[in-house]
Design a binder for this molecule. Structure first.
Ligand SMILES: [Zn+2]
Length: 156
């Protein structure tokens, strides 16, 4: 790893210690050229396995972009989207898995999205739960109604 101060291509590790309850390693490094010190951290990269078999690093931005699309025209702000992205990432990291199927990433979005906006939730669920008919929507709407009975407008 090169020195972030002088770009010298070689730096020396002077100390390594376990961090985050063993989920990471932190290394103190020093640059023989400029003498400055800095710290690096090594973690397991959370990877997402796509249906094609290709894996790519988990991206919170991608989650937020997908949810933003589902929220088009809905009263959902950027703050709420960012919070949702953080919740999804935390939930996925808490599983301790190094690789998560993209389908499960979609399912992990559904819970927090259902709390955020029901219409966006249905748009998203129709993709990730592979809705095929109106019955699928009707069943999901019934479940939404049962989940949060107090939060719905009274029938007209
Ligand atoms: Zn340096």
């Amino acid at each position: 790893m090169h020195c972030p101060f002088c770009r010298n291509p070689d730096t020396k590790v002077i100390d390594s210690r376990s961090a985050d309850d063993g989920a990471a390693i932190r290394r103190r490094r020093s640059c023989p050229e400029c003498g400055k010190r800095f710290t690096t951290q090594e973690n397991v990269l959370l990877m997402v396995a796509k249906r094609s078999g290709v894996t790519e690093p988990f991206s919170r931005e991608k989650i937020v972009a997908g949810v933003r699309r589902a929220c088009q025209g809905r009263p959902v702000g950027e703050d709420a989207l960012a919070k949702l992205g953080q919740r999804v990432e935390e939930a996925l990291r808490a599983t301790g898995a190094a690789e998560i199927p993209s389908h499960e990433v979609g399912l992990a979005i559904l819970g927090p999205l259902g709390e955020l906006d029901e219409v966006a939730y249905l748009r998203f669920a129709s993709v990730y739960r592979s809705f095929e008919s109106l019955d699928d929507f009707a069943r999901e709407i019934d479940e939404l109604r049962q989940r949060a009975p107090g939060e719905h407008a009274p029938p007209r």
